[in-house]
Design a protein around this ligand. Structure first.
Ligand code: GCW
Length: 716
């Protein structure tokens, strides 16, 4: 072969290899541990960390060691072998206080006492970095935190950090079915390969546990709340055990969604009545069996009497009767029952917004002490924007758990870049005024307004078997933000985005600044082109993909978008004030004043609470119709800006990751235009007003949009 050809082939191969090495598929999440790019920092880190020691020998400590070894070797670009003993030149020590006299001598007991079972301390003392906690899992959390400091290139010169989670239960809810489909999942099949369990342990299970531990998540409900009773059978419990054994190492307890009628379906009983003795015994026996297999089993999550699921009301019993029966079954083993408040019934003609409150608030004080009532962030259903759920602040004697949706069922699924940090924060910061000003939703769920110690937050998972876990590279940020907020709801979404970008993409100033700008505006952008001004529930039927505000023939009234927007010739919006459904009365009077009056109502929620004339004058002087047009156009326009900003960082982002996001942004841009055109053309049939001529007019007809079908859209 002539030399020149050989050389060309060599160059070609080299380029390919170089490319492959560089390309990132997103599997590593925010735990990439790439070499610290700032040379001065790199040097100072190397100096500060010599002969690192991690003390102890539990499986959790072993995991902490492995993580630190992997993290330091990558970040500091030098191989580390961690020792279990302190050497003369050791300058980094991690372990519980009981694991070492050095630690107990240097960290005051009172300081440690404040960190509880999960918190940790990272402190520079006697010239050494000490990471310590009361438990091994606290040490692991501390190590993840320390690695984050290096990943985000912080100064570690004089550390003095005490970090304690604000919530006790920090749980992912998987809506994963036993056949590996995922309800509202947009990232491929379920990560749980039930068929091959318990024999086959996918490496992903361990990486899943690592990722969760890195942000403090300590629970996972493995199966869908629309549950199959088979999960409670002997064969499946063995599979659950295999997962529990892995997760335990990382401080994660497993929970199961329990089907209320399981005693009939798998137990051969003829009833599931919670006051029936045989039914109670069946659950007690089931709990005994589960705890004999999985001693640290977390407990049950239940969706009852909602959307066709069985429940205590089938027997004329209350939600409390149902929850308490299960609570009694798991109580001897310190298990908990998480009972969902997401209920509404076909036969109930009352505004769906009011139904959960009506059902649950009268039961305040009637739940056992090991029951948590899990309440979605809003009263309808994880909409792009909802006012906070009126149950928050209205059940002071009940431990209330927040339920957020991480998977983007209504917020662009996996084709849209939508950072949900701002949505979560908006809800957490909402003031319920239940105990006067400052009784925020965050304080209701962290137990501080009503003195609860049983506290928690759940997030409906967006994880699947896609190589990048979540379908969209930026969807990882929502998993991340959820975990960080469970740990500390005081963090702001800006700071969380900052961390995530540095760990996921780059520490370069330009990247951090530009990508953060994209993330922070993305939720508002999505609201503008999908559900501006308080519109809600106007998405496609079944799959919930794309707009379909015209749907009006579904069997149950509250399944139809027209039920929610109520557009007619006089105006648009749902009157939930006293002259309408009066759902607003479920909020405290201070909250009502924010929304009661159509002229002063926060315009972000205007059509949530009011039916507003098309020519109503908005605060900026525009008519409602024109403002609706402005919002839809503005939202779609901002997706173009997202594309431009992303292009501007192309050179500084991994090529593969860049291309994935660029392709998805293009789809998002088309979807935004689709939402805008379809909604405005449809609402225009009522407003009878033109889309202002300054805007590019829709290029398709309303009939075209109404004819679109997506029979195979994912997640349905
Ligand atoms: O948002 C709706 C979803 C259902 C889901 C339900 C719930 C699991 O469309 O798919 O069912 O909420 O939260 O129970």
């Amino acid at each position: 072969m002539p030399f020149i050809i050989k050389k060309t082939i060599a160059v070609f191969l080299f380029t390919c290899v170089a490319h492959v090495v560089k390309a990132e598929d997103g599997y590593e999440l925010w735990m990439r541990y790439v070499k610290v790019s700032d040379n001065n920092l790199l040097l100072s880190y190397k100096k500060s960390i010599s002969s690192p020691a991690v003390l102890g020998n539990s499986a959790t400590i072993q995991a902490a060691k492995n993580e630190l070894e992997k993290g330091l070797s990558g970040l500091l670009n030098r191989s580390y072998t961690l020792s279990s003993t302190i050497a003369n030149n050791t300058s980094f020590i991690a372990g519980t206080a009981v694991s070492s006299t050095f630690i107990s001598a240097n960290i005051p007991k009172e300081e440690l006492a404040k960190t509880g079972s999960d918190g940790f301390i990272i402190k520079t003392q006697a010239g050494k970095i000490i990471i310590t906690a009361n438990s091994d899992i606290g040490v692991l959390y501390g190590i993840f935190h320390f690695l984050r400091l290096l990943q985000t290139q912080q100064n570690i010169g004089q550390l003095n950090i005490t970090s304690v989670p604000k919530l006790k239960h920090r749980i992912l809810n998987h809506w994963d079915n036993l056949n590996r489909t995922v309800e509202r999942g947009y990232a491929g099949a379920s990560i749980w390969n039930w068929h091959k369990l318990p024999g086959f342990i996918d490496k992903r299970y361990i990486d899943y546990a690592r990722a969760n531990a890195s942000i403090g998540i300590n629970g996972a409900v493995l199966n869908n709340v629309n549950s199959n009773a088979a999960i409670l059978t002997d064969a499946y419990l063995q599979k659950v055990k295999a997962l529990a054994d892995i997760m335990r190492v990382y401080g994660i307890r497993v929970y199961l969604s329990a089907r209320f009628s399981a005693p009939i379906e798998t137990g051969g009983l003829t009833t599931a009545d919670p006051l029936n003795e045989a039914v109670q015994q069946w659950w007690k026996q089931k709990a005994r069996q589960i705890y004999s297999i999985i001693p640290d089993f977390g407990g049950f999550l239940v969706k009852a009497n909602s959307e066709g699921q069985p429940g205590p009301q089938d027997y004329k019993r209350t939600h409390a009767d149902g929850a308490n029966m299960l609570a009694d079954a798991v109580a001897p083993y310190n298990g908990i029952v998480i009972w969902r408040a997401f209920v509404y019934a076909a036969e109930n003609p009352v505004d769906r917004h009011k139904q959960a409150y009506d059902d649950f608030v009268p039961l305040d004080g009637k739940f056992r002490s090991n029951v948590m009532v899990q309440v979605k962030n809003g009263a309808i259903d994880f909409m792009p924007r909802e006012p906070f759920h009126p149950i928050f602040g209205a059940m002071p004697k009940t431990a209330l758990m927040m339920e957020f949706q991480i998977t983007q069922e209504y917020t662009g699924q996996s084709t849209s870049l939508v950072y949900l940090g701002p949505l979560y924060k908006e809800v957490l910061n909402s003031d319920t005024y239940s105990k006067g000003k400052g009784s925020t939703v965050a304080r209701v769920i962290d137990g501080s307004t009503d003195n609860h110690t049983l506290t928690g937050m759940a997030g409906v998972s967006n994880i699947g078997s896609d190589i990048n876990w979540c379908g969209h590279p930026f969807a990882q940020a929502n998993w991340y933000a959820f975990g960080r907020l469970c740990w500390n709801h005081d963090l702001d979404s800006d700071a969380i985005a900052d961390e995530w970008i540095r760990m996921t993409f780059s520490n370069k100033r330009n990247v951090v600044q530009k990508v953060k700008e994209m993330m922070l505006g993305s939720r508002e952008t999505m609201v503008s082109y999908m559900n501006p001004l308080g519109l809600h529930h106007i998405m496609g039927t079944g799959h919930h993909y794309g707009p379909a505000p015209w749907v009006k023939e579904l069997q149950r009234p509250e399944w139809n978008p027209v039920y929610y927007h109520k557009a007619d010739s006089t105006g648009i919006g749902f009157n939930r004030t006293v002259s309408g459904s009066n759902a607003i009365a479920q909020y405290s009077s201070a909250v009502q004043t924010q929304w009661n009056d159509v002229n002063t109502c926060d315009e972000k929620l205007l059509l949530w609470f009011h039916h507003v004339p098309w020519n109503h004058k908005m605060k900026n002087g525009q008519t409602l119709w024109n403002e609706l047009c402005n919002q839809y156009y503005d939202g779609a326009e901002k997706v173009k800006q997202l594309q431009q900003t992303w292009s501007s960082v192309k050179q500084e982002i991994d090529t593969e990751q860049f291309n994935v996001v660029a392709q998805l942004l293009k789809i998002q841009q088309e979807e935004a235009k689709w939402w805008r055109n379809a909604c405005l053309l449809y609402f225009q049939t009522f407003s009878k007003q033109p889309i202002p001529a300054t805007f590019e007019q829709p290029d398709k007809t309303l009939e075209y949009y109404q004819g679109l079908q997506f029979p195979f859209a994912p997640g349905n």
